[in-house]
Design a protein around this ligand. Structure first.
Ligand code: ADP
Ligand code: MG
Length: 600
């Protein structure tokens, strides 16, 4: 009996088909690989056209560097890449590709045609490959760049083809890939056609903001806040959606690490940490987040499709993301509200209390009598400029009509205050706890800032001018930023040496000494460049003034005061956090209550 061998070496064609499964599992992964190659090739303009959800054809055309005939032939070989030569290169990889697998894999499981012409030459090449076998190579003319056509994906792998989902599902995966790359490369022009219809057109040379507008015309730009932060070498930029934009799933979270679309569980944790108090359970924020750090601190080689990355020091990344998002959401109100007639003219502190509460409040007749809250009243007046004149008036009413569209509830009822601190509210979709100090801070902050920005920076003359000698490193900053400081409301003249005479200070800024104020403003203007620095300083001062003026944590409030606060908070731009990013409201929805009580 002759011994037969049971073990055999697989043929290349079988190996390629198996390997292909790792890289290409559906039409969207083909689109991803081809887009990455086009971007790696330095294309300025890329067009993606798919027919029948990518089952019938996927065509990606770019105007990148193109390939010579030899390179084109090599490009469809397995492990053929122009992007790395040594294993160490992976550590500092700057291109998307490096495995040299994608084209070979796609070619193995489709009818692929590659047409390419290197820049500055008109000697183009066209190659036809069917199921990994080259059928035809010929010379062609044509514009520089590369066009890859993938037809009948998985025609020779019936098992895979069977697992493709409906056209609509495959299309939505392709769309997601397209959007991710289009967002990461606003300078590159992109077009997407499905079944010959143009679905997206995003012009080249855009900023991220324009790109978001081009791709998401239905996303109200005023509900996106710019994110900008850096911490321990981790830069976090992009846009974060206000809680009103909450979604029922995570599909509108576009995350990038070093410009690659990538996720990592810890980014999810960070988002959760920031938004958990802002969004009810089961709602997810819209974010466009770019995390950039030294490539050596990221491991991208976790998975062949490189969707998930690993960080060498995850904690630093998490902290950076949290900090940047908090700052973005809490600075939300820093953008002056455009439609506020009269706000500029409103004297400050403003008029007497509003006569009636807007209709956002439900009747409170079934509440315990107001008497239960008859603790000594505390003035909720905004920060007094002239203390003697700012009568014990309660909080000034908002000059604007509250925009109920943005308010966190359609109606609400005040149930009381617990622990001498937290206000308990019922709203249409559950229970809300409010920290009155944080809430009041938010209300005052927005009001002060609006006044500061609308009315310019008014100046307050000092009774007697002060001669201020500044530290040697600050004095030059003052000299450099004299214009900016004057614009902020300082009356300044040089006295010689490092000494200045101050005869006026910005009006809105509360009880700090002229010297302290001048030093802060000079440093901030110097660091942030004229406008940005002055603005940042103003915002910071305003936040401090709001904090000082806000009702203190354990002050008992009257029912009336609570009502006023609730109404004012609902009318703010960003009711969910105080200017320092701490939550003002905590939401416990009926769904969650039902779940907690085991009711289904
Ligand atoms: P990788 O991108 O990992 O190197 P691929 O199989 O995706 O592997 O591509 C193989 C090689 O083919 C690339 O390294 C690149 O040199 C070349 N190539 C692929 N697509 C393009 C393109 N659109 N334009 C120019 N060169 C390309
Ligand atoms: Mg590639």
């Amino acid at each position: 009996m002759t011994a037969t061998t049971r073990i055999r070496v697989l043929s290349d064609s079988v190996i390629n088909k198996i390997a292909a499964g790792e890289v290409v599992d559906r039409p969207a992964s083909v689109v991803k690989e081809l887009l990455e190659n086009a971007l790696d090739a330095g294309a300025r303009q890329i067009e993606v056209a798919v027919v029948a959800g990518g089952r019938e054809s996927i065509v990606v055309t770019d105007n990148g560097i193109g390939m010579s005939r030899d390179d084109a032939l090599l490009s469809i070989e397995r492990h053929a890449t122009s992007k790395i030569a040594e294993v160490e290169d992976i550590e500092r990889i700057a291109t998307f590709g490096f495995r040299g697998e994608a084209l070979a894999a796609i070619a193995a499981v489709s009818r692929l045609s590659l047409r390419t012409c290197p820049q500055g030459s008109d000697a183009g090449t066209e190659i036809q490959v069917v199921g990994g076998r080259i059928q035809d190579v010929r010379d062609v003319g044509g514009p520089a760049g590369t066009r890859i056509t993938v037809r009948n994906l998985f025609f020779n792998v019936p098992a895979r083809r069977k697992f493709l989902r409906t056209e609509a599902t495959e299309l939505s995966h392709i769309r997601q890939v397209f959007l991710l790359y289009a967002l990461a490369h606003p300078h590159v022009g992109l077009r997407w056609l499905t079944d010959e219809r143009e679905a997206y057109r995003a012009p080249a040379g855009a900023t991220l903001e324009q790109r978001i507008r081009d791709l998401f015309p239905n996303l109200p730009p005023d509900l996106l806040r710019p994110v900008e932060g850096e911490r321990a070498g981790v830069r976090v930029t992009g846009y974060a959606g206000l809680p009103q934009l909450g979604r029922s799933d995570r599909s509108e979270q576009y995350l990038f690490v070093n410009r690659r679309p990538a996720g990592a569980p810890l980014i999810g944790f960070a988002l959760n940490e920031v938004y958990q108090t802002l969004l009810p359970r089961g709602r997810y924020p819209v974010v466009f987040l770019f995390i950039d750090l030294d490539p050596e601190r990221v491991d991208v080689n976790v998975h062949p499709t490189k969707k998930e990355v690993r960080f060498r020091d995850g904690g630093a990344v998490r902290d950076a993301v949290i900090e940047a998002l908090r700052a973005a959401l809490s600075a939300a109100a820093a953008i002056p509200a455009p439609s506020l007639p009269g706000a500029a003219a409103a004297p400050w502190p403003a008029s007497p209390p509003a006569p009636a509460f807007p209709a956002v409040l439900a009747p409170i007749s079934d509440l315990p009598p107001p008497r239960a809250f008859a603790y000594p009243r505390r003035s909720l007046a905004p920060f007094p400029i002239e203390p003697e004149k700012s009568a014990p008036a309660r909080d000034a009413p908002a000059a604007e009509t509250p925009s109920t569209s943005k308010s966190p509830w359609a109606w609400c009822r005040i149930l009381g205050q617990v622990g001498g601190l937290f206000v308990v509210l019922e709203t249409e979709d559950g229970l809300v706890l409010m920290d009155p100090h944080a809430a009041h801070e938010r209300v005052l902050y927005e009001r002060f800032l609006r006044q500061a920005l609308a009315g310019g920076f008014s100046s307050q003359g000092l009774l007697s001018p002060e001669t201020i000698e500044l530290p040697a490193h600050i004095a030059p900053m003052v000299r450099r930023n004299l214009d900016v400081l004057t614009g902020l409301g300082f009356g300044l003249s040089e006295f010689g040496g490092d000494t200045f005479i101050v005869d006026a200070v910005p009006a809105m800024l509360g009880p700090i000494s002229a010297r302290e104020m001048l030093m802060e403003a000079a440093q901030s203007s110097d660091q942030g460049g004229a406008r940005g620095g002055a603005e940042r300083w103003t915002i910071e001062r305003v936040a401090q003034a709001a904090c000082k003026a806000a009702v203190k944590a354990h002050d008992r409030m009257t029912l009336e005061e609570i009502e006023r606060l609730v109404v004012d908070l609902a009318a703010t731009e960003m009711p969910y956090t105080c200017p320092h990013g701490r939550p003002t409201l905590m939401h416990l929805g009926f769904n969650e209550l039902h779940r907690k009580f085991g009711r289904t």
